[in-house]
Design a protein around this ligand. Structure first.
Ligand SMILES: Cc1cc2nc3c(=O)[nH]c(=O)nc-3n(C[C@H](O)[C@H](O)[C@H](O)COP(=O)(O)OP(=O)(O)OC[C@H]3O[C@@H](n4cnc5c(N)ncnc54)[C@H](O)[C@@H]3O)c2cc1C
Length: 390
């Protein structure tokens, strides 16, 4: 590590590596810091992405894909399974490989990648962020930069260190538990989503197949519903009832922001991306694609701002403007929908599933399902169309 870089990115997840790559491609000196000893490990993710979204951001490699998915199924509280007619199906990734290669791409574009490098504070001068304090193999360093990009995930501290308000309401964070289980009887063509207050109150349970007999099985509970019983206890109950003979290869826990995205994501010399900026989808909790989309913009703008020698909040807010167009306004609509969906009872969900099942299968679209679920809230119909068809 040198003592100066144009851009320092904190966090080597998919958004940090993407921002680092784009900044390096813009021709500036970039340092990417990751606290863990290896990029991509541990995996705290269901690993599912839509093909359309991800392929606009990176050129996909077959070795990143654990399983090609042919469809989605929603399971109502009474067990009714609805096959969703959806054009944008996708993959279950191998995120270890995916994250690792994204960091490799950043390095190949010229970024310096350092693992086991823990950022523990920011350097500031006259209200401008001017670098990062780093702990690296037992020693502490002050590394200066023109811009710091905080890509340090849901527990982000970079934003807080810079004085940005990044705290989440309890109801706006899903607390999750996930197991990767094998020797299970699944249909590897489908990602299944279970909705029920008994299984995952205020959230859903997912079964994302990695191959013919292995899947990521996890659930997220709304933070305000997870006080009496932990996500892991809910998950263990589901496993016992549905996959009693499973061998469990990994068990992880983590949080997902399902919040309105933080508008306050830049300040002088500082930008936030990905989970650190609450850019994950408030309905599904998926954060890989949206975070990388924002990181692409942030990395490019960071390099432009450095070259113009103007890293003021005003200059960097160009990132916020572009992100608003690319994903931010849809994100706000999705949050409104999430708030309404959260009010649905098990009975509402059963009725929705029954209503959809009466329609021919090609009408089981996401838009129609949301319309049926939110039939009493016609004001939301334009939002539904804009999010899923816009
Ligand atoms: C159980 C679970 C299941 C999920 N399933 C899906 C899914 O199926 N599909 C989907 O799209 N999304 C899913 N998500 C969300 C997805 O994982 C995140 O949105 C995504 O990883 C965000 O990427 P990121 O780069 O912003 O943050 P992260 O991937 O969290 O990366 C942040 C990185 O920063 C590093 N870091 C943190 N602090 C510091 C520091 N101080 N110094 C240096 N490094 C630091 C961390 O070690 C980490 O590597 C899931 C999340 C959970 C918890």
């Amino acid at each position: 590590m040198k003592d100066y870089y144009d851009v320092i990115v904190v966090g080597g997840g998919p958004t940090g590596s993407t921002a680092a790559r784009l900044a390096a491609e813009g021709g500036v000196k970039v340092l990417l810091l990751e606290k863990d000893r290896e990029i991509g490990i541990p995996v705290r993710c269901g690993e599912a992405v839509g093909e359309k979204g991800i392929s606009k951001i990176v050129e996909l490699k077959e070795e990143w894909i654990a399983n090609h998915i042919k469809g989605l199924r929603l399971v109502a509280p009474d067990g009714t399974k609805v096959k969703v007619h959806h054009e944008d199906v996708g993959f279950v990734l191998d995120r270890k490989r995916f994250d690792y290669d994204l960091a490799m791409n950043a390095a190949n574009a010229g970024a310096e990648v350092v693992t086991k490098a823990y950022a523990f504070g920011l350097l500031t001068e006259n209200g401008t962020v001017t670098g990062v304090k780093v702990q690296y193999i037992g020693k502490q360093y002050d590394i200066r930069s023109k811009i710091v990009i905080g890509a340090d995930g849901v527990e982000s501290r970079v934003g807080r260190w810079a004085g940005l308000k990044t705290n989440l309401k309890l109801k706006d964070v899903e607390t999750c538990a996930q197991m990767t289980a094998t020797n299970i009887n699944i249909d590897q063509n489908y990602c299944d989503f279970y909705f029920s207050s008994d299984i995952a109150p205020g959230g859903y349970l997912w079964v994302f197949p990695k191959n013919k007999n292995t899947a990521n099985i996890g659930l997220g509970l709304a933070g305000d519903k997870a006080q009496n019983k932990s996500p892991l206890s809910y998950l263990k109950d589901f496993m016992k009832s549905n996959f009693p003979d499973a061998s469990v290869l990994t068990t992880v826990a983590g949080g997902v922001p399902v919040a309105p995205y933080t508008e306050n994501i830049v300040s002088n010399g500082l930008m936030l991306v990905g989970d650190a900026a609450h850019q994950s989808n408030p309905i599904s909790g998926g954060g890989i694609v949206l975070g990388m989309l924002a990181a692409q913009i942030a990395g490019r703008i960071a390099s432009e701002a450095v070259k113009e020698n103007n890293v003021s909040e005003q200059r960097l807010s160009q990132y916020v403007k572009e992100w608003e167009k690319a994903g931010g306004s849809n994100h706000r609509r999705a949050y409104r929908l999430k708030e309404s969906v959260a009010k649905l009872t098990d009975d509402d969900l059963n009725k929705t599933a029954a209503a959809i099942q009466k329609k021919p299968e090609d009408k089981h679209t996401v838009v129609n399902i949301f319309k049926a679920a939110l039939i009493n809230q016609p004001k939301l119909i334009p939002d539904i169309f804009k999010i899923f068809l816009g």
